[in-house]
Design a protein around this ligand. Structure first.
Ligand code: ATP
Ligand code: MG
Length: 264
């Protein structure tokens, strides 16, 4: 359903810092795929998500969504059908607005009318039901400013906001990395639950190999702007963390340093 066709991207063209990250990158995501993405720092994981979301323009190639060429669509237009959650919990929500207002914004995403229309009685009930799903008691805090919530609570809210209007594709960029281990597990559990219940197609970057193996139906490894490993359901299931590190060392030829830098 999403196709990256021969995409090339060079940063800082014609300067001393010129750097080609992608050269004819090809990648196809099937509808309903939940793909975990691993790879070393600077491998191009976030950049691949950025080129899907339109945060970085590409030099060459095409991006097709459901066979529609979205290559020229600006980021804000793609945001109507792409959900994103970042590593930084402060990125997905607006701190000076309360939970209800944040949810209204997300709910009205892509609609022509503004914030106030979203906050009526019927919607409040709907938002409370949605918050209830998170099991964090946030439904009793709808008038609390989001800036006062913990990182985990904000990340759960970001996740809810990114998926409330079911996106065509959900992009998760190390969205549990800034959280303590228990909260990270909880957010991962919620992510899996939401992705499965809503049949969302998702790409999730993680440095946590256990997470990468445990969740999703497909696993890709990136290195120097290339997809160097693409494991489908059956092969992924039989993978262990040690296998994956070995793959990484073989493919990337990095020796011991690689896994220490890379993987939790
Ligand atoms: N806007 C940009 N301008 C210049 N270089 C960039 C830009 N965005 C990314 N890069 C470069 O592209 C390479 C890949 O970066 P990217 O952020 O995609 O890596 P990553 O795989 O997400 O790494 P990490 O695990 O550290 O998050 C890096 O060398 C980075 O410096
Ligand atoms: Mg990154």
């Amino acid at each position: 359903m999403l196709k990256i066709e021969k995409v090339s991207k060079t940063f800082n063209k014609e300067t001393a810092n010129e750097f080609q990250l992608f050269n004819d990158l090809k990648f196809t995501i099937e509808k309903g795929d939940f793909i975990t993405v691993v790879g070393s720092n600077g491998a191009g994981k976030s950049s691949m998500l950025n080129l899907i979301s339109g945060s970085i323009p590409i030099d060459k190639g095409k991006i097709l969504l459901n066979e529609i060429d979205i290559t020229e669509f600006p980021e804000h237009k793609r945001a109507k059908f792409i959900g994103r959650v970042f590593q930084d919990p402060s990125k997905g929500t607006s701190p000076s607005m309360n939970i209800l207002e944040n949810l209204s914004l997300a709910y009205n995403k892509g609609k022509a009318f503004g914030l106030t229309l979203g906050v009526n009685k019927k919607n409040i009930e709907f938002f409370k039901e949605q918050l209830n799903m998170l099991n964090l008691g946030l439904e009793d805090k709808i008038y609390t400013k989001v800036g006062l919530l913990s990182g985990g609570q904000r990340q759960a809210l970001s996740l809810l906001m990114a998926t409330m209007i079911t996106p065509e594709i959900l992009l998760l960029d190390e969205h549990t990395a800034a959280l303590d281990p228990t909260t990270s597990e909880n957010i991962m559990y919620l992510t899996n639950k939401i992705v499965k219940e809503k049949h969302i197609t998702a790409l999730m970057i993680t440095h946590n190999l256990n997470q990468a193996i445990q969740f999703g139906n497909r696993l890709i490894m990136m290195h120097e702007g290339n997809i160097v490993l693409d494991l489908k359901a059956k092969d992924k299931k039989s993978m262990t963390k040690a296998d994956l590190i070995e793959h990484f060392n073989n493919i990337c030829n990095k020796g011991e340093l690689g896994d220490r830098v890379m993987f939790a």
